[in-house]
Design a protein around this ligand. Structure first.
Ligand SMILES: *Cc1c(COP(=O)(O)O)cnc(C)c1O
Length: 392
């Protein structure tokens, strides 16, 4: 049986050629292709600086560090995200807390955020950084978060791992109008891929320099950043404790080739979502919400099962679809439910909307190469209660 995954990469002959060209060139890493890829992403998004790294996880880590997150600080994010959105704060020795989600968008709730900020201010426990996540590509209400950041003085990292190619208020996500740093992921299931890879975008030259240093051991080769006049042409200085989070030219070549098709990828994803929306209008699922001020990159197509209308459980439906070769998935297990986080004392009842979401959510296949026939198969399986009956 041929599997239909929930997401997968789309690789062209041109992509393969671009990678092969790097393999035949002088530089496999730290050559000219990484800066070329950075330029293409920042130009696409309308940001001033872009720093390529080996994953979005690395980008989130050094973004937190570049904004000064450290022991004693608190960072807030949404519980409905990949664990990396929270882990980055812990890497820095900070504490993480979660803001419950909005029942319509499944992104961080602006009402919960504003109430939580009021409380935190009274208790003197305001977050240093907030990390909104554009779940499935649907942008968060960044204008609202930005205005709260001015009132309460926190910094903002947009985890836009799902969102490259999407738009908010008629401008590309990543332009940095409402945040300090935006992070993209280029993992193969994401919108465009470099195999593994990520990028941090900012409009602040100091943050950009810091990101550049942190991705490569904390080393600088820039005289103005050094503590004294250079010892000679070989000289560099390590100014802080950084990492090897560099992207290779092999990866960047794939990204540079992929970004040419970014708009086409997003269009295809959105077309698939539109078709699902039509097919499912009367089915026992809630289809995704898209805010009128946004253009979602549609990394995921998440439905919520109306379990009171059917006689099957969420688990039954997952098992049934998977038994048909349709690799539905659940994005995401609320982060506080993972044993590592549970130990830190988070309690489920603080996040009623995330809990309700987790009990009903399901991601259906959406990726550019999903054929009409494959999509029809997914729809047919979803539409065949008889299938359930024969199975159960
Ligand atoms: C995929 C993902 C990440 C991590 O991306 P990597 O490039 O795999 O490190 C972080 N946050 C979110 C929301 C993601 O979906």
């Amino acid at each position: 049986m041929k599997m239909i995954p929930y997401g997968r990469q789309d690789i062209s002959e041109d992509d393969i050629q671009a990678v092969a060209n790097v393999l035949r060139s002088d530089y496999l890493t730290q050559g000219p292709v990484v800066p070329a890829f950075e330029k293409s992403v920042k130009d696409y998004c309308g940001a001033k600086f872009a720093v390529a790294v080996n994953s979005a996880t690395s980008a989130l880590h050094i973004s937190c560090l570049a904004l000064g997150v450290g022991p004693g600080d608190i960072v807030w994010t949404t519980p409905i995200s990949f664990v990396a959105s929270a882990n980055c704060a812990l890497y820095c020795g900070a504490r993480i807390d979660f803001v419950d989600i909005d029942p319509l968008t499944y992104n961080m709730s602006m009402d919960c955020l504003s109430v939580k900020l009021e409380f935190a201010e009274k208790e003197g426990k305001l977050p240093k950084v907030i990390i909104p996540v554009h779940l499935a590509g649907q942008p968060c209400n960044m204008a609202a978060i930005h205005s709260m950041s001015e009132r309460y003085g926190f910094k903002i990292i947009e985890d836009a791992s799902h969102a490259i190619g999407g738009r908010y208020l008629d401008a590309p996500i990543g332009n940095g109008r409402y945040s300090d740093i935006t992070v993209f992921s280029f993992h193969p299931v994401k919108i465009i891929t470099t195999g593994e890879g990520g990028m941090a975008l900012t409009n602040d030259p100091e943050i950009a320099n810091k990101l550049v240093r942190l991705r490569s051991h904390g080393i600088t080769r820039v005289q103005e950043e050094m503590t004294h006049i250079t010892d000679g042409p070989w000289y560099y200085q390590q100014l802080e404790l950084g990492f090897n989070y560099r992207m290779t030219d092999i990866q960047a070549a794939l990204g540079l080739s992929q970004i040419k098709r970014l708009d086409e990828f997003v269009k295809k994803r959105r077309k698939i979502a539109d078709r699902y929306n039509k097919y499912f209008a009367d089915l026992w699922v809630t289809t995704p919400f898209e805010a009128p001020d946004s253009y979602s990159a549609t990394h995921l197509y998440i439905v919520r099962l109306k379990l009171n209308e059917i006689k099957f459980s969420q688990k039954d439906i997952f098992e049934w679809l998977r038994s048909c070769g349709i690799q539905v998935n659940l994005h995401y297990i609320p982060i506080y439910r993972h044993p590592y986080y549970e130990k830190m004392g988070y309690i489920k009842k603080d996040y009623p909307q995330a809990e309700a979401y987790y009990a009903q959510a399901m991601s259906l296949p959406v990726y550019p190469a999903l054929s009409d026939l494959q999509q029809e198969e997914v729809v047919q399986r979803m539409n065949t209660p008889i299938g359930f009956q024969t199975l159960f």
